[in-house]
Design a protein around this ligand. Structure first.
Ligand SMILES: [Zn+2]
Length: 246
């Protein structure tokens, strides 16, 4: 499976960047995880929108969904032109209800509820979900590739120990690192991980590769990398446009 990082910033972008968005490709099929601002533009450097099979949304905060409300126009045009003959599958949690109710638009999305315990099999991949610790319903997304290979996207989350067994022996762990430890010491709200905590989880879970994402645009990313590497020396920063093979 190939993972292309489309956007790795949060909760807003630097010039030319994008918020949360990750493209998976398996057997020539394309699946998008999150669709934050800037993702629709970045996606088209790699594929035409009509190639998308499905979109999985970790949670309904704007830095993870805002381009869904623009992509719907592209989907509508593609359907009118006959490039797409069925709605795009869209898996998302249903809270807050006010955001969930905004998702359907002229039948371009086939919206399905994403929740813990749900399993989705697609393109020889198996998707499962664990609820994280965030102010609204949010899910870590695990993808099993077969032959013991797994990919895990943390979604947004504060530290919680149950994430360690869920991440156990993951081949590639794409983990948010919105904070530095100093933010937590200064009393930042418990809704994100520090880079140090991301490294700690990766270490405890025995993951093979750690990619840091959800990087704030107002600080040097190298500070995040250095902190994660205190616990997990092989940690790297997610890079927009880069393709990772699992
Ligand atoms: Zn976020």
């Amino acid at each position: 499976m190939n993972l292309t990082v489309l956007g790795c910033y949060g909760p807003y972008t630097p010039a030319g960047g994008a918020c949360s968005g990750y493209l998976l490709e398996q057997e020539g099929k394309y699946i998008l995880l999150d669709c934050g601002n800037g993702v629709l533009s970045k996606l088209q450097y790699h594929i035409n929108i009509d190639r998308l099979e499905a979109v999985f949304i970790s949670h309904l905060h704007s830095d993870h969904i805002s381009d869904l409300f623009i992509m719907r126009y592209a989907l509508q045009v593609d359907m009118e032109l006959g490039k797409r003959n069925k709605p795009l599958k869209l898996y998302a949690p249903d809270e807050p209800a006010s955001e969930f109710e905004r998702l359907p638009y002229k039948d371009v999305y086939a919206v399905e509820l994403l929740h813990e315990g749900k399993v989705v099999d697609m393109a020889s991949l198996s998707f499962s979900f664990m609820k994280t610790v965030h102010p609204i319903d949010c899910y870590a997304i695990k993808v099993e590739l077969g032959a013991g290979k797994t990919f895990l996207f943390s979604g947004d989350t504060a530290y919680f120990s149950e994430l360690i067994p869920f991440a156990w022996n993951t081949s590639l762990f794409l983990c948010e690192a919105n904070y530095l430890q100093e933010d937590l010491v200064k009393g930042a709200p418990p809704n994100h991980l520090s880079a140090y905590q991301a490294g700690e989880i990766a270490l405890q879970a025995g993951v093979q590769r750690l990619l840091l994402t959800h990087l704030p645009p107002n600080r040097e990313s190298s500070m995040y990398l250095a902190e994660a590497r205190m616990k997990f020396p092989e940690a790297t920063l997610a890079e927009e446009g880069k393709v990772y093979t699992i």
